[in-house]
Design a protein around this ligand. Structure first.
Ligand code: ADP
Ligand code: ZN
Length: 745
């Protein structure tokens, strides 16, 4: 009937998704009362499931085209006054869900910071002021504390918070409440932004005059900027070639158009040094690091969305910053694995950045001294543009790198960490007033407590050996919270005579201290740098020359620029090399190149010593010759032969359960079913596995995995959609899929 039709047309339907592993979009009716308020990007409360439990959902779209809306449920409430995301960002999250085989609702939940959802930092705060018409305080019958409080309040013009009052009068809340009950002081509520942002007083600096290589790179980037088309540019510049200056001057251009830039850096290089460099060049820089409080994060988000920020510098998740007119995205140290998120949604910030840049028709710059093979191959295939900075600024040479074969070194045989050559070189460097950086990949004191019968002592909940931490006098698991005192006897077989084997940073520190008692030494690893700010303090002490030797883990390998470092020692190049990981060689090459980049930055020059038991290993040789091209050619050939990324796309499925038999059986069942689908539909995907994961047990859970590879990621996505019905695993088993995994353990 016509009136029914008209009625139907007026009906507004919301498309919503839930923060659950379902990849369905649900439809709900928008009630009359909410018609003018609802917008995509808001969160809603809706009845869900058989019991109509009130559940939070994200509104991802609105339409009035659905016909049979009789059976639809109705939205109960809108939770956010303003949308949390723009339509553009909603579309991007939909792409992420699709690309990483995750649910849209889970992606949204992961992308919007908790502080933004909670509107953190804008709560109401209670203040007190003196009531009017209160006579002279001395005439009131008050206790001493109450009298003091009245005097304090009467003296200040402004109302005071409860905590301010109790602090100044040195009292609890009861005298304050008593005064309130007597109506001598009056409560007042104010909505305040709590965020206490640090006072910034940074001296602005002028841009540097670029050298010819830098200028060429900048010109190429600006061509793309002005073309108003997307292009990804791989800026492959050796350490110290001045990439940051190229970033800064590229940003300068888009800022002059009134646009904003996002600069992604690995969390670890979010040091004050990096931050200062950007703050010294742009008047409004937002720094998004993982230690921000919810309130600060919310405040930054609002400022960014309002277009008040020129440059957003942050770790992985800063790619979601709501910049209204984004003009440029830069990823520094593109090769770092921290750009891949290791929990749902398991996105890679580089790929999300590429997608955002394509949609907004802006350039994406990937900067690094050691490009990932993925990024390199895209330039070889002609998808992306390659620009190289071959020389360090001011033609400083790259440091000579020498391999030290320690297989027969008498010191190493006596279980020292520093071989003879390393010890002598440290001595020389310090005598010549240079500074030394020593790099070792393992924290702790000894890697293993060794039982002659059972070998290394393992964590009872994980399949990992425990590490002895001398400062805490405990054995720790580096994967879970398990820790124990060092036992007299082996807990498994009761054998006495346990020995410490291997060396971590703590033990290295002890050895360096005893060999160089005069030197000032600082250790940097996640144990010694647990207090906020200690990282910055240590680095500035090193820069000021108060420290002779800086030793530590990965934490010291990146982004640091200290001109006085004349020696870098890699204590053990082999630990990384021998990890059971597709990218073990690539990581070893990157690490040696990055660590080597920490020296020779000043006029004194510098050198690098690499201790290894595998001096003939090609990767180590390429690294000592600073030969990225040679390394890439060698490793790409190997990857091609193995049918591995970057030539094939990969997704890894991990199943875990407390019940080992169950998880093994479920893995087998699923892989069998997937193989049948592959055969039936003729989808070209190879399945490897199932097998126990390299870390078979983690936090009490048994883990199995299998891998799917194909030439195109789209093929794996297609297969996975056919698989969804059979992925209903037993209730005691959890299934995760990791697309483009970087961690295969
Ligand atoms: P990268 O990021 O490529 O490792 P940096 O950007 O850290 O290199 O630059 C290394 C050093 O060279 C920094 O101290 C920087 O200030 C300096 N520098 C960069 N460009 C120039 C230039 N054109 N002229 C003089 N010094 C420069
Ligand atoms: Zn453990």
């Amino acid at each position: 009937m016509p009136w029914e039709l008209a009625d139907g047309d007026d009906t507004l339907i919301a498309r919503v998704v839930f923060n659950r592993p379902l990849d369905t979009v649900y439809h709900y009716l928008v009630p009359e009362s909410l018609l003018d308020l609802i917008q995509p990007g808001q969160r809603l409360k809706v009845p869900f499931g058989r019991g109509d439990t009130m559940t939070t959902a994200f509104c991802v779209g609105l339409s009035n085209e659905i016909s049979n809306n009789k059976r639809l449920k109705t939205i109960h409430e809108i939770l956010d006054r303003e949308p949390l995301l723009t339509q553009q960002m909603l579309d991007l999250t939909e792409w992420i869900a699709d690309r990483y085989l995750s649910s849209w609702g889970q992606v949204l939940e992961g992308v919007v910071p908790a502080g933004v959802k909670k509107q953190a930092g804008t709560r109401e705060i209670l203040y007190y002021r003196v009531a009017e018409n209160v006579g002279p305080i001395s005439s009131l019958k008050l206790s001493k504390k109450q009298q003091l409080l009245m005097e304090i309040l009467a003296e200040t013009d402004e109302p005071l918070r409860v905590d301010q009052l109790s602090k100044s009068a040195n009292c609890g809340t009861s005298p304050i409440n008593a005064l309130r009950d007597k109506k001598l002081i009056i409560p007042e509520k104010k909505r305040t932004h709590k965020a206490q942002l640090e006072e910034l007083n940074v001296q602005q600096q002028a841009d540097l005059v670029l050298n010819a290589e830098q200028q060429f790179a900048l010109d190429e980037i600006l061509k793309t900027v002005r073309s108003a088309e997307h292009e990804t540019i791989l800026l492959h510049g050796v350490t110290g070639s001045g990439k940051t200056e190229v970033y800064i001057q590229s940003i300068r251009e888009i800022v002059s158009y009134g646009q904003q830039a996002i600069v992604l850096v690995p969390e670890i290089s979010l040091t004050p040094q990096t931050i200062r460099r950007f703050r010294a060049r742009f008047s409004s820089v937002a720094v998004l690091h993982s230690h921000l409080s919810d309130a600060d994060r919310h405040w930054h988000w609002k400022q960014i969305a309002a277009g008040e920020v020129q440059v957003i510098v942050g770790a992985r998740s800063a790619i979601f910053a709501p910049a209204p007119q984004l003009g440029l995205i830069i990823i520094d140290e593109e090769h770092e694995s921290t750009f891949k998120q290791q929990s749902t949604p398991r996105y890679h910030a580089r790929e999300v950045a590429r997608q955002r840049a394509i949609r907004q028709k802006i350039p994406l710059i990937l900067g690094t001294a050691t490009p990932t093979l993925e990024s390199l191959v895209r330039t070889i295939d002609g998808h992306d543009k390659l620009i190289r900075l071959k020389d360090r600024v001011e033609a400083r040479p790259l440091p000579p790198v020498s391999i030290v074969d320690v297989r027969n070194d008498p010191m190493i045989m006596k279980r020292h960490s520093l071989g003879r050559a390393m010890t002598n070189s440290i001595q020389q460097a310090i005598r010549a007033d240079g500074q030394v950086i020593l790099f070792l990949n393992l924290r702790g004191f000894s890697s293993v407590l060794w039982c002659p019968k059972c070998q290394g002592l393992k964590c009872p909940d994980c399949d990992l050996t425990l590490t002895w931490h001398k400062d805490r006098e405990r054995l720790l698991c580096h994967s879970c919270e398990f820790e124990m005192e060092s036992p007299e006897r082996c807990p498994t077989c009761g054998q006495p005579g346990l020995r410490f084997l291997g060396a971590g940073t703590q033990r290295l520190e002890a050895e360096v201290k005893s060999k160089f008692p005069e030197a000032k030494i600082i250790r940097m690893d996640s144990d010694s740098m647990r207090k906020p700010g200690s990282h910055d303090a240590a680095l500035s002490a090193f820069r000021e020359g108060e420290i002779d030797i800086l030793l530590g883990t990965q934490m010291i390998a990146k982004g640091l620029d200290f001109p006085n470092v004349t020696l870098v020692g890699v204590i053990d190049a082999d630990t990384l090399l021998h990890q059971p990981d597709l990218r073990a060689a690539e990581r070893t090459f990157q690490l040696i190149a990055q660590v080597a980049g920490r020296t020779g930055r000043g006029t004194k020059g510098g050198r690098v010593l690499v201790q290894t038991m595998n001096p003939d290993e090609p990767v180590i040789k390429f690294a000592t010759h600073h030969d990225y091209d040679g390394f890439a050619k060698y490793e790409l050939k190997h990857r091609k032969a193995m049918n591995a990324p970057p030539y094939r796309s990969m997704a890894r499925v991990i199943l875990r359960s407390l019940d080992e038999k169950l998880v093994a059986a479920e893995s087998k069942r699923i892989v069998q079913a997937i193989r049948e689908i592959i055969k039936e539909k003729g989808i070209p995907v190879r399945v490897l596995g199932p097998a126990p994961a390299p870390i078979t047990r983690l936090r009490k859970y048994y883990r199995y995995h299998f891998q799917m590879t194909s030439e195109e990621i789209a093929t794996i996505q297609e297969l996975w959609r056919h698989c969804v019905p059979l992925l209903k695993v037993a209730s005691d088993v959890e299934l995760t899929i990791d697309v483009d995994p970087v961690d295969l353990r």
